[in-house]
Design a protein around this ligand. Structure first.
Ligand SMILES: Nc1nc2c(ncn2[C@@H]2O[C@H](COP(=O)(O)OP(=O)(O)O)[C@@H](O)[C@H]2O)c(=O)[nH]1
Ligand SMILES: [Mg+2]
Length: 315
């Protein structure tokens, strides 16, 4: 089998792919900051104001940008930012501090099927990411089963089926218009009978009303728990990076409706708004677990805060 993820040179591979993923964000950010980062004298107040505007423009969000600038201002008032290079180093530190302050999920013992629920607004990339994740886990020699719990559209079920075939994994479905929880129930029974390592559940993102969504996700979660005591083990919220701060608003809604344990940020390849990663960490306090960097099966990378910050602010 051709290895998509676990090549011996995985580490540098990951870093290179992260660099490509944030290329547009980095270019836009660094173009705007060029004057600042090459300054040969101590950083003053007006330089920091300029930096604040740049951070906001990169979709870090107003509150997050302010917090960073406040911390830098304190350093500057102590004469600690000698030049642009120093500013770059301190800014990296600030971004890492925010990313690393997010609580990380506990590593769980793999005694039973791990159930992963994919949630998010339509079009963010739930189905695509479900397929990519299936391939990712298969690369780690885990057995994977998919559950098509987006039963609103026939096309949605077929789309997942195509991904399942590509990744070489099976899918449990119900008819179009059927009860998503019934599909999940069948999938859980099958996963347990077959001793499947990971069951990934693709849900619908139709946002009629918030109550509607909450009721649906709640029912799915209760169904999962009926068969697997602590399921779902992960609830991954899929967010489209190109929607920037609007995506953050949607994310808040989902975190209220479902106990979101991690974020998958898709379409990072097509946007200069990659700063949203920092805003997610600071404002949602939920870890970004994976980023989507294209439409192909291998275009998914586990998120790594060091690789992200280094790629964004490398000299
Ligand atoms: N460029 C890019 N496109 C993506 C990525 N993830 C998903 N897409 C595209 O986004 C569109 C919507 O994806 P889909 O999985 O159907 O979204 P869903 O409605 O949430 O299930 C499709 O055209 C995908 O190919 C990504 O990481 N990068
Ligand atoms: Mg879908």
């Amino acid at each position: 089998m051709i290895s998509l993820f676990n090549t011996p040179e995985q580490k540098p591979g990951l870093f290179d792919r992260m660099k490509t993923a944030v290329a547009r964000t980095r270019d836009t950010l660094q173009e705007r900051m060029d004057d600042l980062l090459t300054l040969a004298r101590p950083i003053d107040e007006s330089a920091l104001d300029e930096l604040e505007a740049t951070l906001i423009a990169s979709d870090l969000g107003v509150t997050t940008a302010q917090e960073i600038i406040d911390n830098l201002r304190q350093a500057a008032s102590r004469q600690q930012i000698r030049d642009g290079a120093e500013l770059r180093r301190l800014l990296k530190q600030e971004l890492l501090r925010i990313l690393n302050s997010v609580p990380q999920p506990p590593v769980r013992a793999a005694a039973q099927t791990e159930v992963i629920l994919m949630v998010g607004v339509n079009g963010t990339g739930k189905t695509t990411t479900t397929g990519k994740l299936a391939a990712y886990f298969r690369e780690q020699n885990k057995s994977v089963l998919l559950c098509a719990a987006d039963t609103f559209r026939a096309a949605a079920i077929e789309q997942l089926e195509v991904w399942g075939q590509r990744a070489g994994v099976e899918m449990i479905r119900t008819r179009q218009g059927g009860d998503p929880s019934a599909a999940l129930y069948d999938a859980l029974v099958a996963a347990q009978a077959r001793k499947i390592d990971v069951l990934i559940v693709d849900t619908a993102g139709r946002l009629h009303t918030k109550n509607n969504l909450m009721a649906e996700l709640d029912k799915i979660r209760r169904t999962a728990r009926r068969l697997v005591a602590d399921a779902p083990h992960q609830t991954l919220l899929v967010m489209d990076a190109t929607t920037g701060q609007n995506g953050l608003q949607q994310a808040r809604l989902f975190t209220q409706a479902a106990a979101v344990s991690g974020i998958v940020l898709t379409k990072l390849d097509g946007t200069a708004k990659g700063g949203i990663v920092i805003a997610i960490a600071r404002e949602l306090q939920i870890p970004v677990r994976y980023v989507g960097i294209g439409e192909q099966m291998a275009d998914l990378i586990p998120f790594d805060s060091n690789a992200f910050v280094d790629s964004l602010l490398e000299a």
